[in-house]
Design a protein around this ligand. Sequence first.
Ligand SMILES: Nc1nc2c(ncn2[C@@H]2O[C@H](COP(=O)(O)OP(=O)(O)O)[C@@H](O)[C@H]2O)c(=O)[nH]1
Ligand SMILES: [Mg+2]
Length: 368
Amino acid sequence: MKVGLIGLPHSGKTTLFHALTRGESSPAGGGSAALVSVVPVPDPRYDFAVSLFSPKKRTQATIEFTDGAAQLSGEGAGKTTQKFGADFFVGIRSVDALVLVVRAYETPSLPPPPGGLNPLKEYQSITEELLLGDLSVIETRLERIDKQLKTRKQGIPSPETAERETLLKIKAVLDDFKPVSAVELDEDERKMTKNFDFLTGKPLIAVVNVGEADIASADTLALLQPLRDQCAAEGIELIPLCAAAEEEVAQLDEADQREFLDALGITEPASARLIRAAYKALGVMSFFTVGEDEVRAWTVSSGANALAAAGRIHSDLARGFIRAEVLGFDDLITTGSLEAAKTAGKMRLEGKEYPVKDGDILNIRFKV
Ligand SMILES: Nc1nc2c(ncn2[C@@H]2O[C@H](COP(=O)(O)OP(=O)(O)O)[C@@H](O)[C@H]2O)c(=O)[nH]1
Ligand SMILES: [Mg+2]
């Protein structure tokens, strides 16, 4: 599960990346200059379970962030991707979700962009670029299909005909300046187009990078309002933060961090909210296994059933699945221990088809 940071140069991607990853990263490899880092997903439920069980081993949910996978040049944004060729976005085709960073900070060391700070314009220039990237992929593929179909005998049905129709359906939506995610595709159409890795088909979160002193000022609110309206209209989550401040907080040890956040009157850094938003945007959730040996958060796709959850832990647990013992996380909090939860009748036995809920505590009974 990989999340890619994209945006114009100087929007603050690398600064934010360091904040998210606390400075730990490694090269993405494969000849790319990109950096990747595995980032724990902050979760108060996990913290609660760890404090309750004091386990020997603890394992948090994680996601991977990557910086520098897409090299967007300032002049390029807003023009067509043809200028850069079809491989322009190759690096971000393989990510599962995108975080689009736009600039709304001023600093003496860096001139404002031409025309002044304009978060909405910056956001639109990049989303447009993604859209044009998808359009050019479709057009290239359609040309090839049309060529192939011409060499075939008339009237003989071919798989390309169905693919062509699906691509035309997607193209019509893109031509209307709406993302691939807005296209309603059935199961077959989804399978048929999965390998295109459409950029506008990926979950997207917007981050607006605001100056240290300005995060709550009236000027900033006015500057951000048009982008807020746009994101609200598109159903895109927008997270305002100050990347430079986030990076500083990330470097503090836990006690200093607490003090810093308390002084600001906030419970957590904005990057924690961003990581959680990204986790959710990936369409996944966490269930827990708990005990004195290990407290662990497991990642499964939202909507996974008990059998899939068991298989996530170990294939033996899925193969020999008998029942899942399920405890809702809130019931652990209110009862205070597994024994008390059991006595209170909060522990349920569920079968393979049980739809696991985010935060469920599972104990799989199995026999192999
Ligand atoms: N004052 C201030 N400077 C920032 C902030 N975020 C980034 N910068 C500076 O802007 C420059 C470009 O940031 P960088 O993270 O490298 O942007 P990138 O090109 O998107 O990766 C660097 O010198 C950063 O220190 C911020 O929130 N406040
Ligand atoms: Mg950078």
